[in-house]
Ligand binder design. Structure first.
Ligand code: FAD
Length: 290
């Protein structure tokens, strides 16, 4: 399969990429790792006339600490997130997610910014970033704005970004002591994309009870969904296996997953309770040693 013919421009700065986006309008498209865009072009689901390569823009890669945040450049590839010492120390749940995306080739080319901007409902990062209460920083000719992750994903393959904006970084509040994070994924056996997944952030009190829980589910809707029933059930309770199981049983409450050729809606809802439990248990274990 071949894409329709297209032009290519290598941007040298975010400002230049923004100028090129303005110049080409609907005919221009940002290229990051190309691991979602190029397949879509080959299938003729997308036929941009000009690709504007962000991969040639310096300064958009890497993980660093800035004040109370962990900051990840939009062009950081999945493999670098999976192996980052900062990520593994502060938000190991994000490393869990990065390490189960696709295969080695995908993880070496695909970028966190591309994954988040693409907003595939079967993607891993949107789910764990929702659990981690991330913020997305986007830049346009008018300047920067920050969008909370809960407001960022709006529908299947849709985000709160405007067409004239570029995602430049993801910011994660550095978790307080006694916080654990984890991600658990039930992948489609053929594609490896999410059938159902769960991201968890648990803050544990010295007494062993739950101070805060943020639980996000993937595969149950067009965007990541906060499992608010599970979060409320955990709040203030002792983090015992029994209480975790009771809370995880609420992970699919109020959802209406799309039935597909691989899994029915009821099956996905059941699997969600199993994977929510796995993610919460792993996060609780990490919180106990943090
Ligand atoms: C075989 C295969 C298996 C995969 N398996 C998984 C999986 O298991 N889990 C998973 O989550 N993903 C999976 N993916 C997708 C992969 O993670 C992609 O790399 C990712 O979704 C897109 O990142 P990219 O850098 O390749 O973006 P691109 O493909 O370059 O771009 C994707 C879209 O985002 C836009 N875009 C990119 N960067 C920006 C930016 N900074 N600002 C604004 N817009 C931007 C582009 O214009 C385009 O519309 C798989 C892909 C392949 C090919």
């Amino acid at each position: 399969m071949f894409p329709a013919s297209f032009g290519y421009v290598a941007a040298r700065s975010v400002d230049e990429a923004l100028e090129l986006l303005a110049k080409h309008g609907e005919d221009g498209k940002i290229l990051a790792g190309g691991h979602s865009l190029i397949p879509a072009m080959k299938l003729r689901l997308s036929s941009p006339r000009t690709l504007i390569d962000l991969g040639t823009v310096p300064g958009l890669q890497g993980v660093k600490i800035d004040g109370g945040n962990l900051v990840i450049g939009a062009l950081t590839v999945h493999a670098d997130i999976a192996s980052s010492d900062l990520v593994r120390k502060h938000v190991p749940g994000l490393a869990d997610a990065a390490s189960v995306i696709g295969d080695m080739q995908v993880r070496n080319r695909g970028t966190i910014g591309g994954s988040v901007a693409h907003a595939d409902p079967g993607a891993d990062f949107p789910v764990i970033l929702t659990a981690l209460n991330a913020s997305c920083v986007v830049q346009s000719a008018a300047g920067n704005r920050t969008i909370a992750v809960d407001d960022f994903f709006t529908d299947f393959f849709s985000t709160a970004m405007n067409p004239n904006e570029i995602l430049t970084e993801i910011r994660l509040p550095l978790p307080a002591p006694s916080t654990g994070t984890a991600y658990a994924k039930f992948p489609h056996p053929a594609s490896g994309y999410v059938v159902v997944s769960a991201g968890a952030l648990i803050v544990r009190q010295a007494s062993g009870s739950c101070a805060t829980a943020r639980i996000a589910m993937g595969g149950l809707g067009s965007t990541p969904i906060r499992a608010t029933g599970t979060e409320q059930e955990l709040q203030g309770k002792a983090l015992t296996s029994q209480n975790i199981a009771a809370a995880a049983a609420k992970a699919a409450e109020g959802t209406d997953p799309v039935e597909d050729s691989y899994a029915g809606a009821e099956y996905k809802q059941h699997v969600a309770t199993v994977y929510a439990r796995k993610a919460i248990e792993a996060a609780v274990q990490r919180a106990a040693t943090n």
